[in-house]
Write a protein that binds this ligand. Structure first.
Ligand code: PLP
Length: 397
């Protein structure tokens, strides 16, 4: 017996993106005091009022099958928020509640692509994107961006990557680079999408974490609402990663298919989780702002410790909860740097290569430790880079 070719093809034999994370987890399980700066998971427990809302919902009886596309109240709250942020009329039935932003990404690709259709993604990219496109039977078209351009895509390469594509995935604020796309970049994306008649999947899970510039949803640009699917989530904004709650917002024509897919996959998100999400959203921006403030503070700490450090260059993030470091001056690949940093200093970071070839020679540091431990880990990371700094022309260490 053999698994389907489609399922075997999901990782395309490339499942080592999370290697350092797994290795660090094993070390921690064995008692090693590893500074865990790999994945984007907060170092604190979800707000107690959200937990209380979840508890109240569950003990109040909301433990049966839930409304499959999301409870009417939650869909209405998400729609109202999207409408307020974009100025685009949004009806509750344009919202599908999903198992996290990841569930929304899979739904978006599955409902936009026919088998073999091309989906353009912009590298560096969030590590699940290629697998998600392949799981939806799509074919990748990868557009590389450069640090010289602030990791924002420019018009001609965008045009090239989108030729013959059916969908374009855009992520701003951006993981892993911290880019927040400028108005000019968003306009170029909108023009390209319209010229090539593309679906645009706009991953906005970091929308509440912007430290420089401002977040503009692609859906709010002229002519974009009818072709844009917005991926949202409470994972990052409200420290609710483990709740697995997010949403997809799109034009009415596609939402019936998205609902069918929801039925065929998760059969809905648990009702008590939806009630917790509704409570979280009913608090306005308060919880999201408090979460963002933690990362704003840690971002400044990272800039203070790492700016000017020998052997690395910090690329000041405009948004999200990471810092992205160019470590090419050590002569090491991101993978070698991350493996050695874990072995020698018990600090776990993500190698740039996990986010595509365009991120080679970089590492991503999640700002997910309380400030004292984070500061200590970053100082030791800087020491490691300085010890290994050398002429970049001399090759791999
Ligand atoms: N999109 C991006 C860019 C992410 O970084 C993540 C998680 O790290 C997700 C989507 C998925 O988020 P969720 O936890 O809501 O599934």
């Amino acid at each position: 017996m053999r698994p389907s070719r489609r399922s075997l093809g999901i990782s395309a034999g490339n499942s080592d993106a999370w290697h350092i994370y797994m290795r660090a987890q094993e070390l921690i399980a064995g008692g090693a005091p590893v500074a865990m700066l790999t994945i984007g998971d907060h170092d604190w427990v979800t707000d107690s009022a959200i937990l209380a809302a979840m508890h109240e919902s569950a003990t109040g009886g909301n433990t049966g099958y839930a409304a499959m596309s999301g409870s009417p109240a939650l869909r209405a709250a998400i729609a109202a928020r999207a409408e307020a942020e974009t100025g685009i009329a949004t009806a509750p039935d344009q919202v599908q509640v999903t198992s996290g932003g990841q569930g929304a990404l899979f739904a978006a690709f599955t409902c936009c692509l026919d088998p073999g259709d091309r989906a353009a993604i912009i590298a560096p990219y969030y590590a699940t994107y290629p697998d998600t496109v392949r799981a939806a039977s799509g074919v990748l078209s990868v557009l590389d961006t450069r640090s010289e351009d602030g990791f924002e895509p420019t018009r001609a390469p965008l045009d090239e990557a989108c030729t013959g594509a059916r969908a374009l995935l855009v992520n701003s604020p951006h993981n892993p680079t911290g880019a927040v796309y400028s108005d000019a970049t968003l306009a170029a994306i909108a023009e390209t999408a319209q010229a090539h008649d593309l679906w645009v999947i706009s991953d906005e899970v970091y929308a509440s974490q912007v430290f420089e510039g401002r977040h503009v949803s692609l859906r709010s640009l002229p002519g974009m609402a009818e072709r844009t699917l917005v991926v949202g989530s409470l994972s990052k904004s409200h420290a609710m990663t483990g709740f697995r709650i997010g949403w997809l917002i799109g034009p009415p024509e596609i939402m019936g298919a998205v609902a069918d897919l929801g039925m065929a996959t998760t059969y809905g998100v648990p009702g008590f989780i939806q009630d917790a999400a509704l409570f979280a959203l009913s608090q306005g921006d308060q919880i999201a702002a408090a979460t963002a403030a933690v990362y704003a503070r840690r971002r400044l700490l990272a800039l203070k410790i790492l700016s000017g450090a020998n052997g690395l260059r910090i690329l000041p993030p405009k948004g999200a909860m990471y810092v992205f470091l160019d470590i090419r001056a050590t002569g090491m690949s991101g993978k070698t740097f991350a493996n050695r940093l874990l072995d020698e200093d018990l600090i776990a970071v993500m190698p740039g290569e996990s986010f595509g070839g365009a991120a080679a020679g970089h590492v991503r540091v999640a700002l997910t430790l309380e400030d004292d431990r984070l500061g200590d880990a970053l100082s030791r990371l800087a020491g490691f880079a300085a010890r290994n700094a050398r002429d970049t022309t001399s090759g791999e260490a």
